[in-house]
Design a protein around this ligand. Structure first.
Ligand code: 5GP
Ligand code: MN
Length: 341
């Protein structure tokens, strides 16, 4: 990964004295959001700064073992206004693993209110927003954790890779690559993993903590969704699934329980694209996955007010489940007619 020398230099200058730093990441934080935020916080604290990690809402329970994850402020549960205070006092605001401020929802207002902090972007999504003082935007990277790893080494040297930092970074790299199975797997990434493993991190344990720590409800919900809710379009090359609040309640749903379901249809050989619609309180969350050249980032931006990466993107729908599904079917047909899928 080529990080611009001038951005590194700007970052060095910015961090040349102790700073109050807020690190924010996106709504529905995933392993990369939490792992890269916590690693950044640990590295910055080790170097004399005062970091605070904030996310808009809760992260899934299978990430709560990550070192220091209990220190992340969950804005939606934050009755004492700790997030607002930290943001108001921040001299530096780092947006990690997100490309636009709309991805932090209500937290955006607090961020906009602080007009003096320097703004830094550290991310790997396509189409990053303008308006950052320093931007480390690397859509070619498989995870933000890999960007953090590369940047941290250049800024502070290899000694910042403690076992704790290595664990946090490994979670981000592992989860955003589907345990090193998706695209953008470069030799540099595997060299990074080798270096992380030299710190003594327990890779099988990390894998188990994330992927083999689900509830019984999730296993049963998964069976139900695949058996009863997976529908096919375009001769079985496009799939979609949906989950209503009633269905979630039936399976004792906990936040995070349906993460990853959207990938499963892609285990079918001829599948090109998959969608999952899950009902939230005031909108329907849309998750999209694809194989190869099928571009769901464009699809999400065009049809679902969202975005992401070429093979993994998401968005929102503000109409009913039935209308959302109808809209998806129309969109798939239109995209198909254009050769998009
Ligand atoms: P997931 O399906 O796991 O929620 O998200 C897949 C990818 O799409 C992630 O990189 C995520 O950041 C992005 N994404 C998910 N939802 C949205 C959204 O509403 N807006 C945008 N811009 N990106 C999203
Ligand atoms: Mn990511």
């Amino acid at each position: 990964m080529n990080i611009s020398e001038s951005s590194i230099e700007s970052m060095r200058r910015l961090l040349s004295e102790p700073r109050k730093i807020v690190i924010v990441s996106h709504t529905n934080p995933d392993g990369d959001a939490i792992g890269s935020s916590l690693a950044l916080a640990e590295i910055l604290a080790e170097n004399g700064h005062a970091p605070t990690c904030i996310v808009p809402n809760r992260f899934p329970y299978y990430l709560d073992w990550i070192p220091d994850s209990d220190k992340v402020i969950i804005h939606r549960n934050d009755t004492e206004q700790r997030a607002e205070r930290a943001i108001a006092e921040a001299e530096v605001i780092i947006c990690a693993d997100m490309n636009m401020l709309s991805r932090v929802e209500t937290l955006g207002e607090a961020l906009a209110a602080n007009t003096t902090a320097r703004r830094v972007l550290i991310d790997h999504h396509l189409n990053p927003e303008d308006g950052f003082d320093i931007s480390f935007s690397h859509p070619e990277s498989s995870s933000t954790a890999f960007v953090v790893y590369t940047l941290a080494k250049q800024l502070f040297g290899r000694q910042v890779l403690s076992r704790t930092v290595a664990t946090q970074l490994y979670v981000g790299m592992m989860t955003d690559t589907g345990n090193f199975a998706f695209s953008n797997l470069t030799p540099d990434l595997f060299r990074a993993v080798a270096e992380l493993s030299e710190t003594g991190i327990d890779i099988p344990q990390i894998y188990n903590n994330v992927y083999n720590s689900f509830t019984e409800g999730r296993a049963r919900l998964f069976g139900y969704v695949i058996n009863r809710k997976m529908k096919m379009l375009l001769k079985g090359t496009v799939a979609y699934m949906s989950l209503t609040e009633e269905e979630m309640r039936r399976f004792w749903f906990q936040q995070g329980d349906s993460e990853g379901f959207v990938n499963y249809p892609l285990s079918i050989k001829k599948m090109k694209m998959s969608a999952m619609f899950s009902q939230q309180h005031d909108f329907i969350r849309v998750s999209l996955r694809s194989r190869g050249n099928v571009d769901v980032d464009t699809f999400a931006r065009r049809y679902f007010n969202g975005g992401g990466h070429r093979n993994a993107a998401g968005g929102k729908s503000f109409v009913s489940m039935e209308e959302t599904i109808r809209h998806y079917i129309d969109a798939v047909n239109e995209y198909h007619a254009e050769g998009g899928v």
